[in-house]
Design a protein. Structure first.
Length: 201
């Protein structure tokens, strides 16, 4: 399947959950961010972007500039820590506790083995909405998007939306057809965490 890297974004404010450290909340007995990192255990390197105290061995840590600057600024910080020869990267939210390695494999297949090859592949939910932070992308395409956005915004990526970063990229939308719960399910509320906990049993 080839080598890929992973950048996991863990710097959100979790306003709908009272500002808690959402990625640290446990699902199935493990913090959500650790479950995401486990799903990409074969990625090289793995980069976690956000305020963290402890991470698994071998995981690189970055912080977006400014802290709390949003997912695009976080993506830029994470990409900056990739090895120069890295061509593919899984760009993932840290609140995807149901993500699995087979799901990542499906995205990699859609990105590299289905012609014509796109700039990225991400899951879509049952209503056809893109889950852009549950995707795999060509590093060159993301870096070009970051450069374009920075030029448009006077050098600042703070507060930029992910859809602006991905605008113009050729994206393959992938519905989940595998076994088990949807890997793109993210936890934005306490109820979402409870649902994920039930699925993870």
């Amino acid at each position: 399947m080839g080598t890929y890297a992973a950048v996991v974004l863990a710097g959100g404010a979790a306003r709908r959950m009272g500002g808690v450290d959402k990625p640290a909340l446990p699902v199935g007995g493990r913090p959500m961010r650790d479950r995401v990192l486990a799903a990409v255990a074969d990625a090289t390197p793995r980069v976690l972007v956000g305020p963290v105290d402890a991470v698994p061995n071998g995981v690189r840590v970055a912080r977006e500039d400014p802290p709390g600057g949003g997912p695009v600024a976080a993506a830029a910080a994470g990409l900056a820590l990739l090895d120069p020869d890295t061509t593919l990267v899984a760009l993932l939210a840290a609140d995807l506790p149901l993500l699995t390695r087979p799901a990542i494999g499906e995205l990699l297949d859609q990105l590299t083995r289905v012609e014509p090859q796109p700039d990225g592949a991400c899951f879509v939910d049952g209503d056809g909405r893109r889950q852009s932070l549950c995707g795999v992308w060509r590093v060159s395409a993301l870096r070009a998007g970051l450069a374009r956005l920075a030029a448009e915004r006077g050098g600042s990526l703070s507060g930029a939306p992910v859809r602006a970063l991905l605008a113009g990229l050729v994206t393959r939308e992938v519905p989940w057809s595998g076994d088990g719960p949807p890997p793109w399910f993210d936890c934005d509320t306490d109820e979402d965490v409870r649902r994920a906990e039930e699925w993870a049993r």
